[in-house]
Design a protein around this ligand. Structure first.
Ligand code: SF4
Ligand code: SF4
Length: 204
């Protein structure tokens, strides 16, 4: 995963990928006599498992101040991962600085959505600009494909990094209205810059 500076990082833990290179794979598959004895290999396997178990358990111990923990476990919800810009979480509507939506209710996202999750009723302001009178997104149907974001000519709907509250017992809670979907442009700035790069948009 490439971050904004162009470095290759692990998407979840931000560790440079060259530090996570896999070890050499043994390609010879004929078993040696030692391996055919079976028990030594079982004991070796148990040893490896025990080693990882112990190192992971010790990794839970809080390290001294200034030192990093040696395990990659994230203690959610106390700790949060920084998701890469490529992550596709809940689609959200982008608001202008004055709080109004950038959406012009063209209906392209509604048309392209393969899950028929979007429903728009268009309205017109006094200056004849179109806007969504209502905009609803059924998150119980959304498949996070990102087509709505890709097709939007106004960068008015983007895939945010929001991943909480995507499951509810009551399906009606997953029906998002325009008001629930609106986010400031600043809060999704990273994603907007990312889609400008990947979709080569020229509408800014
Ligand atoms: S991400 Fe895909 S499924 Fe979800 S609202 Fe957008 S187009 Fe529809
Ligand atoms: S494609 Fe964009 S501008 Fe058009 S209705 Fe959807 S969010 Fe609004």
């Amino acid at each position: 995963m490439t971050d904004l500076e162009g470095k290759m990082n692990h998407p979840m833990v931000g560790v440079p990928l060259d530090k996570l290179k896999p070890k050499k794979v043994r390609k010879q598959i004929d078993l040696t006599l030692w391996e055919k004895l079976y028990v030594p290999e079982v004991l070796r396997g148990l040893g490896i498992t025990t080693k990882h178990f112990a190192s992971n358990m010790l990794g839970f111990v809080k390290p001294p101040k200034g030192k990093k923990r040696s395990v990659f476990t994230v203690y959610y919800p106390e700790e949060r991962v920084t998701l890469p810009a490529a992550y596709r979480g809940r689609p959200v509507l982008v608001a202008r600085e004055d709080g109004t939506e950038k959406c012009v209710a063209c209906g392209l996202c509604e048309k392209i959505c393969p899950a028929a999750a979007i429903s728009i009723v268009a309205g017109e302001r006094e200056d004849s600009e179109r806007y969504p009178l209502t905009y609803s997104l059924d998150m119980a149907r959304c498949v996070y494909c990102g087509y709505c974001e890709e097709v939007c000519p106004k960068e008015a709907i983007v895939m945010s990094a929001e991943y909480e509250g995507l499951a509810e017992r009551d399906r009606s809670q997953l029906l998002y209205t325009k008001e629930r979907l609106l986010r400031s442009e600043e809060s999704v700035r990273g994603r907007i810059e990312y889609i400008r790069r990947i979709y080569s948009k020229c509408n800014y």
